[in-house]
Design a protein around this ligand. Structure first.
Ligand code: UDX
Length: 434
């Protein structure tokens, strides 16, 4: 089968490379000539474990192609995935301009029956909108189907998530489209991956509801962490015991500095907006968003309060800039929030991240970037662990202590045992533990 993927961003590229690995002939299309030229040579524009190998191997074996020419890609494909960005507008709603442009271009190049699939996270109703746009722009009567097939990829483990998903969701209206989609995902069918076959609006909503629920779980445990600090309880033990209840489950109950990234913050806001437009007020999702903002503010205040509010000219060392480990993505990263606030307070910032320094330089060109955690510690008044990269889990804490000017240690991912760090002589602060 030949398919094409329009948009070689995160979702598009992972989807394209993984389908090629399934043995399907894939053409990835992007308007950006420079990006396509680089991809042809196997250069991936972002960091994602395992992806480069997959792209190189499948390109070499002739199953994965890159082009800027959408017409030919559409002509040659039975299935066309739309995987372009849906960036947030100022009011939180998703901007569908790119999706709509692509729908028009697909319509103009269609020569036979096609299945047009949305893979990007799109507001409920987008599938129907795409159908309208295509119908309007077709130059002759051609049969086609619209499918919603949302992605659930986590950055840092996207390839694995694609190859071994918890479920595949297919929203469609025709038996033919469902059969073609099942055929595409046959390797997963054989692994007994659950398939949820439903209508288009339900599939579109499943994605938002899933991400909003995950965000709610994180915000819930983060709020309980504040209460733990107030009553002298330990959030790690609370979360562990809660997670042992099969109805709750242990995942996404790690208290920390708040959720970030390209999906959870954007999708929660977009869902609230979608609901508002239909006259529905989502109290819980709204509260999850608010609690997340509060957590970032609350923990940043912890740093400032530790210095009795006098943080001007103090040197604060930030460990971790990406919104989570194993990615160079800094979108909505809590690290940016903290750095911004501390700069406002006139603190000096030193920082290290194993992958995200280059991206952060675009936002904060003048802070001091270091080659590792130890050079961050040199002459620092405080160390703040913001992202739980493995590199930060086994630091030589005595060495860090000797290098530092003062002894403040903020562990905002709870990766160390308080007693162990305090025994070395640090003034240790974490989340939901005293
Ligand atoms: C998320 C969804 O998990 C994925 O299914 C969807 O398709 C895209 O959005 P991603 O943004 O890559 O994936 O990251 P995820 O692993 O979900 O983490 C999101 C944020 O929540 C991170 O900032 C992370 O640090 C934070 N988090 C996660 C917590 O603070 N505590 C947790 O227990 C889990």
């Amino acid at each position: 089968m030949h398919i094409s993927i329009i948009g070689t961003g995160y979702v598009g590229l992972v989807t394209g490379a993984c389908f090629a690995e399934f043995g399907i002939f894939v053409t990835c299309v992007d308007k950006d000539k420079n990006k396509i030229e680089k991809l042809k040579k196997g250069h991936i524009p972002f960091y994602e474990p395992g992806l480069e190998d997959l792209v190189k191997r499948n390109t070499k074996e002739g199953r994965l192609k890159f082009t800027t020419k959408i017409e030919k890609a559409v002509e040659d494909s039975l299935v066309i995935f739309i995987a372009v960005g849906t960036p947030p507008r100022g009011d939180g709603s998703a901007n569908l301009d790119y999706v709509e442009d692509v729908a028009k271009e697909i319509a103009k190049s269609m020569n036979s029956y096609k299945v047009i699939v949305t893979k990007s996270t799109v507001p409920v109703g987008t599938g129907f909108k795409i159908r309208e746009i295509i119908n309007k722009n077709l130059h002759k009567k051609i049969n086609f189907d619209i499918v919603s097939n949302p992605e659930f990829l986590r950055e840092g483990s996207a390839v694995d998530d694609f190859m071994r998903p918890n479920r595949v969701v297919i929203g469609a209206e025709s038996e033919q489209a469902i059969a073609i989609m099942k055929d595409l995902y046959r390797p997963l069918y054989l692994l007994e991956t659950p398939f949820v076959i439903t209508d288009i609006p339900t599939a579109e909503l499943i994605k938002y509801a899933t991400n909003s629920f995950l965000a709610t779980k994180i915000s819930f445990i983060n709020e309980i962490s504040a209460l733990c600090e107030a009553v002298g309880a330990n959030i790690n033990t609370v979360a562990k015991a809660m997670g042992l209840d099969g109805r709750i489950g242990p995942k996404f109950l790690h208290a920390g500095i708040g959720f970030g990234g390209s999906c959870l913050p954007k999708d929660t806001r977009a869902l609230v907006k979608i609901a508002e437009e239909k006259g529905v007020y989502l109290r819980i999702v709204n509260a999850a968003i608010e609690a997340n903002e509060n957590q970032k503010e609350r923990l940043t205040k912890k740093i400032i309060d530790a210095f009795d509010g006098k943080i001007e000219n103090k040197t604060i060392g930030i460990l971790g800039l990406s919104f989570k480990p194993n990615t160079d993505d800094i979108r909505e990263s809590p690290a940016l929030f903290i750095i911004n606030r501390l700069i406002e307070e006139k603190a000096n910032i030193k920082a290290f991240d194993p992958a995200a320094i280059e991206n952060t330089k675009n936002v904060f060109p003048t802070i001091v970037y270091c080659k590792d955690a130890y050079s961050v510690a040199e002459d620092a008044d405080a160390i703040v662990i913001v992202t739980e990269w493995n590199q930060f889990r086994n630091l030589d804490l005595s060495k860090i202590k000797k290098l530092m000017k003062d002894e403040f240690f903020f562990d905002f991912r709870n990766i160390y045992e308080p007693e162990k760090v305090r025994n070395i002589g640090f003034r240790y602060f974490s989340v939901g533990r005293i």
